[in-house]
Design a protein around this ligand. Structure first.
Ligand code: GDP
Ligand code: MN
Length: 345
């Protein structure tokens, strides 16, 4: 065991000592996947990545959820990719439908009005975002879990994950872990920030003293939101944070305002704002050592010593972290974790 000291003198991974996580017992944790039957091949591809890079050595269960019933073809297909326990569940109708206070006409007008915005005209995408904001942590099949890793179809893991990230989270008292942080399209969230501020005024008891507001507002020259958020297609998190009164009050407040349907609020900004404001800033962790790709953006670890260890198949100089839409630099500047030694400005 022990951390690896890189050529740069930095203990790798940067802030904590992941290898200690391997001396811990297994955690109550699993992969939570919302997926459609027709995404079977991309799902198998994701699972092969996760199993090869990590889970074949750890054996955490896979929990598949869907608003439709899973087909036998889907179930048989994904079962073949893992030796772990596999669960299949359907999302209850009341978690994937319009709440009583939402006007379906106004929702339909919104979809018409937002035709030129990414997923702006999609009804199912809105149910998906609302479900990922408010319900994944209270499905029957996830109630026994304390930690989750969200996996989507078609993702890649670039590097071996040689330690247990769930145990790492537990050991270090973390509740939310991400790999990529980016800006959001403002058209999808025009009133999310004012709604958040109204919530904070009404519920000061839920706002953490040492929050990380700076990450959300720096660069705006005021207290406006810069739209920086943790990309939620990859998350390793503590389900009990989402089950907390603070989070549930926040979700209910947002849900009452209707922005999941009258705008197109994503679960990523919702998770991010909650993780950043409702708890101490030490709770959030950047998994700098997990190389990850979803659609066209990726995170390739840029620590030279880590890269030289041969664990990764990616080019750090092409990582999204260098893109102007990335918020990683701002994360380093505002988080407890600070800059890794290879990136100190
Ligand atoms: P993007 O990553 O924002 O482009 O959105 P995706 O299309 O990847 O959807 C996010 C996640 O939700 C993925 O895991 C999808 O498989 C899943 N998903 C999206 N829409 C639906 C849906 O209508 N039904 C089900 N069962 N899963 C969905
Ligand atoms: Mn996706």
């Amino acid at each position: 065991g022990g951390a690896t000291q890189g050529k740069d003198g930095n203990l790798y991974p940067p802030t904590f000592v992941p290898s200690q996580a391997n001396t811990q017992p297994r955690v109550n944790a699993g992969f939570i996947v919302l997926v459609r039957n027709e995404e079977l091949e991309d799902m198998k591809s994701s699972m092969r990545q996760v199993e090869y890079r990590f889970n074949r050595k750890y054996g955490y269960p896979w929990i598949f959820l869907n608003d439709q019933p899973f087909t036998d073809e889907f179930k048989d297909g994904v079962r073949k990719v893992t030796r772990s326990e596999v669960r299949f569940g359907q999302v209850p109708h009341e978690h994937w439908s319009y709440p009583s206070w939402i006007s379906e006409d106004k929702a339909a007008e919104t979809r018409e009005r937002m035709k030129n915005v990414v997923y702006g005209s999609s009804e199912s995408y809105r149910h998906m975002c609302r479900w990922n904001s408010g319900f994944f942590f209270r499905h029957n099949l996830t109630l026994d879990l304390d930690y989750y890793w969200r996996v989507e179809p078609g993702i890649k893991l670039y590097c071996d994950v040689d330690y247990d990230p769930f145990a790492f989270m537990q050991l270090n008292n973390k509740t939310y872990g991400f790999t990529i942080t980016a800006r959001e399209f403002r058209e999808t969230v025009p009133t999310l920030w004012q709604t958040t501020k109204a919530f904070m005024d009404e519920h000061p008891e839920h706002v953490a003293e040492r929050n990380i507001m700076q990450f959300l507002t720096a660069t705006e020259g005021g207290d406006d939101w810069n739209t920086c958020h943790f990309w939620s297609n990859f998350e390793i998190g503590d389900l009990n944070f989402f089950r907390s009164k603070a989070y549930l009050d926040f979700f209910d407040y947002l849900d009452k305002q209707g922005g999941f349907f009258y705008e197109r609020w994503g679960d990523a900004p919702v998770h991010t704002i909650a993780a950043s404001l409702l708890q101490d800033k030490c709770k959030v962790h950047h998994f700098d050592d997990i190389g990850y790709k979803h659609s066209s953006w990726d995170h390739c670890p840029a620590n030279g010593a880590y890269h030289d260890s041969g664990r990764c198949d990616c080019n750090p100089s092409q990582s999204f972290d260098r893109h102007s839409w990335s918020c990683l630099n701002l994360w380093w500047a505002s988080s407890d974790e600070g800059y890794p030694s290879y990136a100190v400005p």
